[in-house]
Design a protein around this ligand. Structure first.
Ligand SMILES: C[S@@+](CC[C@H](N)C(=O)[O-])C[C@H]1O[C@@H](n2cnc3c(N)ncnc32)[C@H](O)[C@@H]1O
Length: 207
């Protein structure tokens, strides 16, 4: 596991209970969404931003070389333990998605699951992921997003207090941010009540 110069956060308690609280939702829905996302991943070089406790590791192919990044040491250690002994090639790096310690054009695919809904401003992280993706590389995200229509307005007005309570930012227009960050061919599939989406975007570094 590599540590890289950034302000490392640590939430040992959250990391310890994360899988337990998510388990019913994982079995019912999220595992299926994760599988769907990983079907779209092309290797060999894959970046997973905000790997958390490593709930995507079950979907890593042994053909990929995955670089798994997180800002939180306790989460990263749990992910490391999940990967140990599995036939996967993965390196774990303590780093902030807003300042990734990798050269330009390093990865074929970047993946994030429920990362950008934790960030008050998704733009710096999206811009940084675009920088490290190869030209024609793909970004795949599974994220809580701002629902359309009247519900979106209600959710938006609740998003400030909800963010303070849960740390989840549920009102981002993540597709809009992705386009603004310079990604092209941004498409999405609604997975749950217009609030969880699988988003796919391409990096056209020549534009
Ligand atoms: C809600 S959890 C999702 C974890 C995992 N991707 C999943 O699907 O279960 C969000 C993760 O993003 C990490 N994170 C938050 N801000 C980050 C940042 N700026 N850079 C890298 N990781 C970050 C957190 O430490 C946490 O592990």
């Amino acid at each position: 596991m590599k540590g890289v110069g950034c302000e490392i956060k640590d939430s040992a308690f959250t990391a310890a209970v994360y899988d337990f609280f998510l388990r019913p939702f994982e079995s019912l829905l999220i595992q299926k969404w994760r599988r769907q996302l990983w079907e779209g991943v092309k290797g060999p070089r894959v970046l997973e931003a905000g790997v958390g406790t490593g709930l995507n590791i079950a979907h890593y192919s042994s053909d990929y070389h995955v670089t798994a990044v997180d800002l939180n040491e306790s989460f990263l250690q749990r992910a490391y333990r999940k990967a140990k002994g599995k036939p996967v090639q993965v390196e774990f790096v303590l780093a902030d998605v807003k300042s990734l310690p990798f050269p330009d054009h390093s990865f074929d695919t970047a993946v994030s699951t429920f990362l950008f809904c934790q960030l008050p401003d998704p733009m710096p992280g999206l811009t940084e992921i675009k920088r490290v993706l190869k030209p024609n590389g793909v970004l795949l995200m599974l994220e809580h997003v701002r629902p359309q229509g009247r519900l979106g307005g209600v959710i938006s007005s609740l998003s400030g207090p909800l963010y303070l309570l849960t740390g989840e930012q549920i009102a981002h227009n993540t597709e809009g941010f992705t386009t603004t960050a310079g990604f092209t061919n941004v498409t999405s599939e609604t997975l749950f009540g217009n609030m969880v989406k699988l988003i796919r975007a391409e990096n056209d570094n020549y534009k």
